[in-house]
Design a protein around this ligand. Structure first.
Ligand SMILES: Cc1ncc(C[n+]2csc(CCOP(=O)(O)OP(=O)(O)O)c2C)c(N)n1
Ligand code: SF4
Ligand SMILES: [Mg+2]
Length: 316
């Protein structure tokens, strides 16, 4: 964690009204901080206040990012950011709900929630910080770890093939899908703007190497060397079908770009418009709970912690 005395020169930071700067606990050189400021800059540019949006994260280094926002921000349980975000969106459909979490959180323990949220085309944005490993817990293998990679749980090399996250998102039904390296803030921000406008499920994969847990074990160097290693592999293609969007460390080719950008009415707009308009709120929520099989407690927590105050809610 950064000592407080290193933050004394941050009093005039342009995003200080929207960010808890003392909560930036990430290793110096980690792109998670850059991704948080990219999101915040987009929200500011759009003129959105803390009453207009909510941030939801799971557990992990990326999961800690919810604490950085001076907004309704929810540090939920491991893998459950998406169902929590779904509850928020159902309770307040006008809210822009952004999930920011890690590859392990969203695609290992939370994988089931991801594919069904995409299938439903629920109107939320999911940003996945993909560092190909469980960073915070000691560098264990993740469903995004490449074949042959050394991790703390695959000391002789990983034998399992990784998910291609953009292909998975597209196949599951997401209506906006993109992949960018975290240092490419302009393209990343353009995608965040598009996701805020998308009336459906948006997925943005953001590549952000973990030099502490992944780079060290695979002899890829320090933060700067790993970013250079990543940069050399990036090829931008805006016309690439998602299943051809290669993410191949061995070949040294990572296709970045926008892979899906289509108009399809989102779930809340399509199926629940009339429900929210005519029925009492709790009736609508009970029906939603039954239909979606989302635990009622999660929705209830979402409502009881509904935006309006500038706090972080930690659920254990
Ligand atoms: C139910 C449960 N199982 C396991 C854990 C331990 N755990 C915390 S974070 C994490 C993995 C996080 O990986 P990722 O989402 O990739 O986050 P990163 O640290 O890489 O950003 C695990 C397994 C937990 N907190 N709760
Ligand atoms: S351990 Fe890795 S993912 Fe976590 S803050 Fe450090 S560099 Fe980033
Ligand atoms: Mg990770």
């Amino acid at each position: 964690m950064l000592p407080q005395d290193q933050l004394t020169d941050m009093q005039d930071h342009p995003l200080r009204d929207m960010l808890n700067l003392q909560r930036f606990i990430f290793c110096p050189g980690c792109l998670i901080g850059t991704i948080i400021t990219s999101i915040t800059s987009c929200l500011k540019e759009r003129g959105l206040t803390s009453k207009d949006y909510a941030i939801v994260s799971g557990i992990g280094c990326t999961g800690r990012s919810s604490g950085c926002f001076k907004a309704p921000a929810f540090h939920t349980t491991h893998g459950r950011a998406i169902p929590f975000a779904t509850g928020l969106k159902l309770a307040n459909p006008k809210l822009k709900v952004i999930v920011l979490s890690g590859d392990g959180d969203l695609f290992a323990i939370g994988g089931n929630h991801f594919i069904h949220a995409a299938r439903r085309n629920i109107e939320i944005t999911v940003l996945c910080v993909n560092n190909n490993v469980y960073g915070m817990t000691g560098g264990q293998v993740a469903p995004t770890t490449h074949i042959g990679d050394i991790t703390s749980t695959t000391p002789y090399g990983n034998m399992e093939p990784p998910f291609n996250l953009v292909s998975l998102a597209a196949a599951s039904g997401a209506t906006y899908v993109a992949r960018w390296p975290g240092y490419d803030t302009l393209r990343l921000q353009r995608s965040i703007f598009k996701s805020l406008d998308n009336e459906g499920f948006s997925f943005i994969e953001v590549l952000a190497p973990c030099f502490i847990q992944y780079g060290t074990k695979n002899k890829l160097g320090d933060a700067v060397e790993m970013l250079e290693w990543l940069r050399k592999q990036i090829k931008i293609r805006m016309d690439c079908p998602p299943h051809e969007a290669t993410f191949d460390f061995k070949e040294g080719i990572i296709i970045c770009g926008e892979f899906v950008d289509e108009q399809r009415e989102g779930l809340i707009s399509k199926r629940f418009k009339s429900f929210f308009q005519v029925g009492p709120c709790n009736l609508g929520l009970q029906a939603a709970t039954t239909i979606f099989s989302i635990p009622f407690s999660l929705i209830a927590i979402s409502i009881s912690a509904c935006p309006g105050s500038e706090q972080v809610y930690v659920l254990t």
